[in-house]
Design a protein around this ligand. Sequence first.
Ligand code: ATP
Ligand code: MG
Length: 423
Amino acid sequence: MPSPILAPRGTYDLLPPASTLRASLEARMRVLAQGYGYGEIRTPIFEATELFERGVGEGTDIVEKEMYTFVDKGERRMTLRPEFTAPVVRAALEHKLFSVGPQRFFYIGPIFRYERPQKGRYRQPHQFGVECYGYAEPEADVEVISLAWQLVRSHGISDARLQLNSIGDAVCRERYREALLAYLRPLAPTLSEDSQRRLERNPLRVLDSKDPRDGEAVKNAPHMLEHLCDPCAQHFSTVRALLDALSIPYDVNPRIVRGLDYYTRTVFEIVSNSLGAQSTVCGGGRYDNLVASLGGPDVPAVGFALGIERFEMILSAGGAEPAPPRRGVQAIALGAQARARLLLLAQQLRERGTTVFMDLADRKVAAQFKLAERNGARAGVILGSDELATGELVVRDLVERSDVRLSLDDTEQIAAVLERMGA
Ligand code: ATP
Ligand code: MG
């Protein structure tokens, strides 16, 4: 026998009822983002490889190691999107959206990264993110941070912490780069191969390394915050004051740099202890140079990306997921004739928006009640041959365990009774 084919390593199937929980989480994310004035953007799952090479930056883990890249039949180099920001900018430029003023987008969907699968790390993870374009003001930073924070708060997540830093701009980061290089150069032999290779071109990258061999050097490295130029320092202190005014708690963590090239000034992460080693659920910041570097006008931007699997892990660790309420109706027929009649009633109820589950095989009544349990049905409508003869059916509240006999032809009344039961 041929061996069965399994899902690719690092991917997973989302089955009911987990898929229902996922769909409602996504629905809450949509409502939240729309409430802040953000509109959904959906871009293709693959793009020209060059978009990510330019947008994410060479020398990043993503571009160096993690992209799913292939050559299509037209000899074009294509890459499954490893992140959304570069595609969003590409789309906004393509549709000339930046010429009409500020833009606010959110996205939900899969990304693809060739990573070593482990707890909280997949090859097709999913992200929710928002991007705000056209505002250099610190209010925009605080708008996206407060949106992320509201998502966390509204799910009763209490162990999440917001970590904040500033990595400056082209002016002051150059000075910091020199200071960091002067500090790191003598330590170079102790660093990981990746960090040694990236040291001269982009020493900030070393700070974002996850390799334990880099830990000691990173721990004692000079901080960007001490090198901020006046405008960047001013921006950072306004962000902090606005967060205070909104009662959003945060820690300043000078070690947060974010892995991507395009960040400027504010960077932040939301971390949770319940995640273990992969503790970051949300990462974001300002990226004022990205649009121009992809050939567009000078458009400042700020946003974040949140890992949906990690968010779900926090929810299930906190036991914060309520059992879904019982809903819907199990149509229970005994015999083919009763089933044909119930099919009509089921149709009428479904047209009114009621969920109706129905077994289509000739199963005993007890087996059908078991199915009702599995479906989480709130009520049952039961039609046997006796009832069929008298023109009645039984409506049972499966939680309260009470029965009502109603006329089979009175769909109005059946619907009203089911509604009162909360089915
Ligand atoms: P990490 O440090 O965990 O590798 P990252 O810096 O690569 O994260 P970003 O590119 O900023 O992550 O993505 C934002 C969020 O998306 C992360 O904080 C995480 O929650 C989620 N994420 C990223 N990569 C993965 C992955 N391979 N599996 C699951 N979630 C992921
Ligand atoms: Mg990563």
